[in-house]
Design a protein around this ligand. Sequence first.
Ligand code: BGC
Length: 257
Amino acid sequence: MNDTSATQGFGIDIGGSGIKGAPVDLGKGEFAAERVRVDTPEESTPDNVIAVVLEVLQQFGWDAPFGCTFPGIVKRGVISSAANVDSSWVGVNLEKELAERTGQHVTIVNDADSAGVAEDRFGAAADVDGVVIVTTLGTGIGSAVLHDGKLLPNTEFGHLYLHHHHEAEKYAAASVREEKELSWEDWAERLQVFYSHLEFIFSPDLFVVGGGVSKKADRFLPLLELDTPIVPAGLRNDGGIIGAALLAAERAAQAVS
Ligand code: BGC
């Protein structure tokens, strides 16, 4: 790799609608070049998605360790849930598949966990100790819990059952607002149920709200009544890429030390 490899990492964010990647300045927690986005293949099978991930890496000629998010539970590189992508992902060792195809050290992380780590290091939670809950509102609802900067991985608050047995993400994800054409007020009522429940269970010090809709946070966050501060993600929708690059660089450094 060229001499930027010590200060730059690379992150890829696999989402239900797009697969995005960019080199990341690890010291600043920001993109080092404009990101690339490719639509997620309609049939979001492992083979199809992996082909796009490789295409994104090739576009930048990236040949060093990298990180990649996945919108499901990830344990030691293996995918163990796939709520919003093809169900054939369950059981796939994505870390091994990508490492074999690229010859690089690869780190796979849940998408919301990745965004959570990035928010904690460089975003809205950077100066906050205690319990921070980062949620991403998109096709589904993702969650990350950090305590004094340490991640508790693979929380799945989008699958909590709420309110007459609705799964939280089927009731309050940003995609539900769009599909049902809910007003901001009506959607905020649903979010209120979700965040009040989380607040009661975890007594967090801060909620951070990410996902594409966080651009419009002023339309719905002020409508929520919570004792806990709730703020939009500082890194907007870029946290997945940035967090994956940060975690990958840390893990690759541990692997060689
Ligand atoms: C998945 C989570 C993911 C979230 C956001 C949920 O359906 O179960 O793992 O973080 O969607 O993509």
